[in-house]
Design a binder for this molecule. Sequence first.
Ligand code: ADP
Length: 402
Amino acid sequence: MSSTRVLVLNSGSSSVKYQLLDMRDSSRLAVGLVERIGEQHSRLKHTPLAAGGESREWTEPIADHDAALKAVSAELAKDGLGLDSPELAAIGHRVVHGGKHFTEPTVVDDAVLAEIERLIPVAPLHNPANLTGIRTAQALRPDLPQVAVFDTAFHTTMPESAARYAIDVETADRHRIRRYGFHGTSHAYVSRATARLLGKAPEDVNVIVLHLGNGASASAVRGGKCVDTSMGLTPLEGLVMGTRSGDMDPAVIFHLARVGEMSIEEIDTLLNKKSGLIGLCGDNDMREIRRRIDEGDERAQLAFDIYIHRLKKYIGAYYAVLGTVDAIAFTAGVGENAAPVREAALAGLEQLGLVVDAERNAVRGDGPRLISPAGARVAVAVVPTDEELEIATQTYALVGNA
Ligand code: ADP
């Protein structure tokens, strides 16, 4: 029997998101989520797309990731898709930080696990959970290839001029401080899908990708390769996000410590969890912010304006980095859905060939689509991201029909 299925796992510290895909036609057989692992009220939501699509949901204690994955397998098994199936070709894992080392998706062995572990100091929130996910899956199916797909990999093509901070080189190297970038799987997928939309090969186009979700990042992609991205050592740098500040003078941190008498942990929480849109106006959901703006709320308006101002600066910066731009692609929750954000981000940039067609921008749709007018010098596109499909595709490409 040929093995054509790939299970994609995105393991967080207390959650596991999963999708089972059939790579013959990239169709989704099942998707789901386990939340609040380790708590009394853990929740599992499973949608068997290949078997009717009616979601099943239950709440009961799930002690750890091992129990979570066994529960997922039990749900999949109800439709004959369990983890013990010979049709499963591989398990693809999202791993947030691959450092400089991992430039490609990689079949996991002991050395790979050790390297992901070595990177924990630069990704203390994510890599431990990703490792737990891999180890748990290995224990359940030791015979199966486990593939790590890194959020940072797409950005490893950045030149040193973009990847280095201008700080003492020895200090930076000793602590592995450099700009790694994140959301790489999405930037890779969207930049290629944008080229396809234009009817061109990725090698032949320069694209600015704006991944605007709760986390947000921009990237400059030249001929299919990333040459700059807005997130850095951690996902804190760059754009204004749902709860993260993005760029600011690093001396704000010294000031908060010295004058504000805040601890490093408090400042970390402030900048990662209580800043960005939520810090500026109390809401991090763009739908809610737009609703408040429509009611004349000034704080929501200011938060929106700051968000757009930063976004526009990055568009200008990456235009300059690339020199020639063929397309700008908006993706993720805000990028795919918030027409006012797309309109405002490009307003006034006609001199750069950037124009948004109001009618096209207003149309809702599922697939990749152009929102620039016919014949525009630079294509402006909405390109829905699909990180799970990209992880499955990369995983399957690596292990083939083993
Ligand atoms: P994550 O970074 O968590 O993966 P998503 O890419 O799913 O985030 O984006 C989530 C965000 O997308 C929400 O916080 C909200 O701001 C925004 N969003 C989702 N749907 C809409 C919509 N219809 N209009 C405007 N913004 C939306």
